[in-house]
Design a protein around this ligand. Structure first.
Ligand code: XIL
Length: 390
């Protein structure tokens, strides 16, 4: 609760500005059809909490029938501009997207997102620099000496982080470095396998040299609660901080499913990383469900999804260190879920047609409840009924 009180005090000073049209979200262009630009998650959030969204493109979209979402879908772009104060390139800053060859950097798509964010008064979360997945074949299958590999990573981090210095607020430097048992992925992850675990500290140091202002994060899935994988991060972060490594944040991806439940120890887990002095963040939240043969969600599934979204958002709102809450997908149309988990879907708060779902209304009313004078948490904020009726 200490956080909410702090945020409410801070928000008090700016609440009027927020609702009278000033502030980051106000600079955004008009909303998508049917979406009131004055009534967004960005505008509903208490001061001090970024509301983020993944900017869809690359990755699985490259094989889809539709054109690249971020660059060509105008209503979707308007939604991104108005609903969020933070954007994460879904794939456009990954190695396989940025690095067609060892000699080349392909920055056009990443530049588009960073420019768009700047035009709309948003911050960017860079994603990601050291990962076992979505690496180009020339890297994974190349025959490099250890010294060459080290040079390749150093050059990559220096060039990419340096290019966006001052324009990317948070970097998810190391992604998914531990397995479920809390062991380093020292076979899958090329950097750890070939160069040893000390490369992780080097990656953070190099990123810090290239942009001393950026907050540098670890990021992973299944680390929402107190478990072996989260414990491994907790231990590693303490060692790195003791060595003066510039680790600044812990990101909990939060890819949830209504059929799995959520871990109620999420608030305790956020709090322990916060106590180490780290910023914490929800970085990739979605809540998928089983939808065989394209079925519609049942009322029970919808209710569960609402509950999951509300739980994660409330956990972040109530934790002082949690500065950013990012949704992995702003529309089911572009969600990675059906592609990666066949037979599952409906994982985002917007339909295929960018209509707000029940989960959207829950998020919005939960945010509004955290504003000064917000309704008691036990009940939905009055705006919930309006949102549902819209
Ligand atoms: C996913 C993207 O959403 C897809 O478009 C892509 O095909 C695969 O990767 N954890 C991460 C994200 O850190 O980068 C992943 O994004 C989802 C899981």
């Amino acid at each position: 609760m200490r956080t909410r009180t702090l945020r409410m005090l801070a928000a008090g000073a700016t609440a009027l500005a927020l609702f009278s049209g000033a502030g980051a979200a106000a600079a955004a262009p008009g909303g998508a059809p049917g979406i009131d630009a004055k009534d967004t998650l960005a505008r509903s959030a208490p001061k001090g909490l970024h509301i983020g969204g993944a900017a869809a493109g690359g990755g699985h979209h490259a094989d889809a029938e539709y054109p690249d979402p971020f660059t060509s879908d105008e209503p979707y772009r308007s939604l991104l501009a108005t609903e969020f104060t933070s954007l994460t390139p879904e794939n456009q800053m990954k190695w396989d997207h940025l690095r067609p060859s060892r000699e080349e950097f392909a920055f056009a798509d990443a530049d588009d997102i960073v420019n768009f964010a700047e035009e709309n008064g948003q911050v960017v979360r860079g994603h990601t620099l050291l990962w076992h997945s979505q690496n180009p074949a020339w890297l994974e299958e190349g025959d490099f000496s250890d010294a060459e590999l080290r040079d390749i990573l150093h050059e990559h981090i220096t060039t990419v982080v340096g290019r966006y210095a001052g324009r990317v607020a948070h970097w998810e430097v190391a992604n998914e470095i531990f397995d479920e048992s809390g062991n380093l992925r020292d076979t899958e992850n090329i950097w750890i396998r070939e160069l040893g675990p000390s490369i992780i500290a080097d990656a953070f140091r190099w990123a810090h040299e290239a942009d001393p202002e950026a907050v540098l994060f670890f990021n992973d899935y299944n680390v929402e609660g107190l478990n072996a994988k989260a414990d491994a991060y907790y231990a590693l972060v303490q060692d790195l901080l003791a060595d003066g490594v510039p680790v600044g944040g812990m990101g909990l991806q939060s890819h949830l499913g209504t059929m799995y439940g959520y871990d109620p120890s999420l608030p305790d887990n956020l709090a322990r990383f916060g106590e180490l002095g780290l910023e914490t963040a929800i970085t990739e939240l979605d809540v998928r469900m089983e939808l065989p043969d394209g079925a519609e969600p049942t009322p029970a599934q919808v209710a569960k999804q609402d509950e999951f979204f509300e739980f994660v958002l409330t956990s972040c709102l109530e934790e002082a260190s949690c500065g950013s809450f990012t949704l992995w997908g702003a529309s089911d149309r572009y969600s990675w879920v059906p592609n990666t988990f066949p037979g599952q879907g409906s994982a985002t708060p917007w339909t295929d047609d960018l209509e707000r779902k029940s989960a959207y209304c829950v998020l919005q009313s939960t945010l509004l409840s955290a504003q000064p004078g917000g309704a008691a948490r036990a009940q939905h904020h009055p705006a919930y009924a309006d949102c549902r009726a819209a």
